[in-house]
Every structure is written in structure tokens, then in C-alpha cells.
Design a protein around this ligand. Structure first.
Ligand SMILES: [Zn+2]
Length: 223
């Protein structure tokens, strides 16, 4: 295989990933070893290592991987996150996505759990919420997020993510939910992906606050 082009900024990216992970831990969104972050580095993808505490994550806890198979590049000593395949599905589907964050944020996870079907195909719709403008979609008045099934086999979740992006939905929002699991967001930069994660989490909180308590799944799911 011909060597992949790696950005000269990779060492900076390693530090950025670690700092953002620690910050998301402080925010309460990456408890313990949960969650993972990645950025493109040239033709490769740099992602957080598997099973590392986000409280203490440092630049050494990151791994350059092959964007096709997800295996670590030569010279990398860490093993990539178990959820790497979901990140790679986003990068393969969207040439303008250069950063991906996956987190088990509480409100998005709760909403995904209420809206999930157990087999995928669920969805959440945010209607007429001003905050949705932060997602950078063409029509923020009606934003729809898919709710994927939480298959035990992560490759299956990745395949569902890839299917969601091909063909590209109109008014695509930069996020997808996984039932009983969490949320994955992307952006052109790590900062933009983080802003969008904050936006999705707050939209989820608003949706739950304004839901019909007698029928919480009526908040947009399955309608
Ligand atoms: Zn996860």
C-alpha cells in the first residue's frame, strides 16, 4: 500500500484532540473512558485511543489510522477507539467533514432512547427552535436527526451511518443519534463539531422540556 500523506500539523492536532476531550470531560459529557474524537490529518484520520480516561487524556493517547480499514498506521503505538468505524463512515460520506465527535451526552441520549425503535429507522424532529440555526442547515425551522439502532456490532452501526449519508438527505443535519447510546456530530473543524455537539445537546434538552409528558415520544419521533 502506498504511504498516506500525513499533515505537518499532526502534532498540533494530537494536542487539540486531547484538550477538547479533557474539556468535554469537565463538561460532564465524556465520563470515564466514554466518547471519542477525531480529525482528518491529510489522507489519514487521527482519533483518540481506546479505553483512555478523558479526564487525563494527553496527546500520546491518539492514533493515526487508515481511513479505509481503520487500522493504525505504522509507528503508532496505541489502539484506536472501538467506535472508529462510525467516524470513518462520516469521513467517507462527507468530503467536507474534517472533525467528528462522539459522546454519550445525557439529553441527546435520553431523546434518542425515547425515539428509538430498537431496530433503527427512528427519528427526532426539532421544529421551529431558534437554536437549530447553530447546526448550519439550509432550513433550521425543521431539522431531522436519524436514530440508529445500537447494534452490539459497531460495524453495523457504521453501516447504518453510511446508509444515512448515501444518498445524502436534503437539509442534512451534521449529527446522528444512536438509541440508548449517544450522539455523533461532525464539522469542518474540531471547534465547529464541538459547537454543534453543544447545539444538539441543548436542542435535545429543549425537546424533552417541551414534550407532552403523557406521550414523550410525540416530541417529533416517528411522526
Ligand atoms: Zn459510544
Amino acid at each position: 500500500m502506498k504511504p498516506l500523506f500525513i499533515s505537518e500539523e499532526t502534532e498540533t492536532f494530537r494536542a487539540d484532540l486531547a484538550a477538547t476531550a479533557r474539556s468535554l470531560y469537565e463538561q460532564g459529557w465524556m465520563p470515564g473512558t466514554s466518547g471519542n474524537l477525531s480529525v482528518r490529518s491529510g489522507e489519514a484520520v487521527l482519533i483518540t485511543a481506546s479505553g483512555r480516561s478523558k479526564r487525563t487524556l494527553c496527546e500520546h493517547d491518539t492514533v493515526l489510522v487508515d481511513p479505509d480499514g481503520g487500522s493504525p498506521l505504522t509507528g503508532e503505538s496505541e489502539w484506536p477507539s472501538a467506535e472508529t468505524s462510525i467516524h470513518l463512515a462520516v469521513y467517507r460520506g462527507l468530503s467536507d467533514a474534517s472533525a467528528v465527535i462522539h459522546a454519550h451526552t445525557p439529553y441527546a441520549t435520553a431523546l434518542a432512547t425515547l425515539a428509538g425503535t430498537g431496530e433503527g429507522g427512528g427519528r427526532v424532529v426539532f421544529e421551529e427552535l431558534e437554536l437549530a440555526k447553530g447546526l448550519g442547515v439550509a432550513d433550521p425551522l425543521r431539522v431531522e436527526l436519524p436514530v440508529l439502532a445500537n447494534w452490539t456490532d459497531v460495524q453495523r452501526i457504521a453501516a447504518d451511518a453510511a446508509a444515512h449519508l448515501d444518498p445524502m438527505p436534503s437539509n442534512l443535519a451534521p449529527a446522528l443519534l444512536v438509541e440508548r447510546h449517544g450522539v455523533t456530530v461532525w464539522g469542518a473543524t474540531l471547534d465547529q463539531a464541538r459547537d454543534r455537539l453543544e447545539c444538539v445537546e441543548e436542542l435535545s434538552r429543549l425537546a424533552l422540556l417541551t414534550a407532552d409528558r403523557s406521550n414523550p415520544t410525540a416530541l417529533g419521533a416517528n411522526r
